[in-house]
Design a protein around this ligand. Structure first.
Ligand SMILES: C[S@@+](CC[C@H](N)C(=O)[O-])C[C@H]1O[C@@H](n2cnc3c(N)ncnc32)[C@H](O)[C@@H]1O
Length: 269
């Protein structure tokens, strides 16, 4: 009997449909049961330039434990589905949004020093979320909520116009390379969105240790019709006593960087 020379039928080929992007498993699977979702609004795949790089970083045992245990009570996934009732979430306290709290040490200190203000602290950084939850619990703080996801989605989809008593952006990623400048958070488009969510008279407080970014911040904030500088001289502000040194700031100071604060008020009109 002669053997058939016909090759065996090959396995059926699956051709991916156009735009059928399947994100890698680590971006979609929750690592902490009942904890933060990896990308709650799917914003990492939105066709938009983001101010952060999605990354998976090491979470310590303590941070993971805090995420599992405390997320259900103090955490909030930014899924973009509905407008948050800030009054209900913070028992009627005025609410300040902090964008990019990093490891959250400064956030916890500010919340402890001012229990009459609620802090809605947002970041995409999972270890930092766990760290801040643990710090808040240790100090018995009840005026912090930790939001997980992109601050742009939070502002755009989940915060009502005029609902914020203030906004803090401390040491946003400086994106020093020219080709990355478009990723910087403080840009005219962001300021228009931020202004719409701030109550008239509320202050946007930015700080950076990256000189060219400080200059850019001053330029776009000064030019923006919805903001006015709280400094009569139209320049940078000294660090106010209520802002503690942040972790990122400490690293900048160690490198000899100069730090600039900017405090701009949402105009009343
Ligand atoms: C350079 S770190 C500064 C952290 C902290 N404020 C400090 O001074 O130590 C900037 C932080 O902003 C976060 N971030 C950047 N863009 C963001 C966005 N669109 N939404 C939420 N967090 C963002 C990053 O994940 C990062 O943790």
């Amino acid at each position: 009997m002669s053997e058939s020379l016909t090759p065996p039928p090959s396995a059926p080929q699956t051709v991916p449909e156009a735009n059928s992007y399947v994100p890698p498993k680590w971006r979609t699977e929750p690592r902490f049961p009942d904890g933060p979702a990896p990308d709650p609004a799917g914003s990492h795949h939105e066709r938009r330039i983001r101010s952060f790089q999605p990354r998976r970083s090491r979470v310590t045992t303590g941070q993971g434990e805090a995420l599992r245990r405390l997320w259900g009570t103090w955490g909030l996934d930014i899924d973009g589905h509905e407008v948050i009732d800030l009054k209900a979430l913070f028992d009627g306290l005025p609410v300040v949004l902090e964008i990019g709290f990093g490891m959250g040490e400064a956030t916890a200190q500010m919340a402890a020093a001012d229990p009459g203000t609620g802090i809605l602290a947002v970041d995409v950084h999972t270890p930092g979320q766990g760290n801040l939850l643990a710090l808040a619990e240790r100090s018995g703080l009840t005026n912090i909520r930790v939001a997980n996801g992109d601050a742009i989605i939070l502002l755009r989809e989940m915060l009502a116009p005029g609902s914020l008593a203030g906004m803090r952006v401390y040491f946003p990623d400086p994106w020093p390379k020219a080709r990355h400048h478009k990723r910087r958070l403080i840009q005219p488009e962001f300021l228009t969105l931020a202004a719409s969510r701030l109550a008239p008279g509320a202050v946007l407080h930015c700080a950076t240790d990256w000189e060219p970014y400080a200059e850019q911040m001053l330029e776009v904030l000064t030019a923006h019709p919805d903001f006015e500088n709280t400094r009569p001289d139209g320049g940078f502000a000294p660090r106010p006593d209520f802002r503690p040194l942040t972790r990122f700031e400490g690293q900048g100071l160690d490198k000899g960087h100069l730090v600039h604060d900017l405090l701009f008020r949402r105009s009343e009109n």
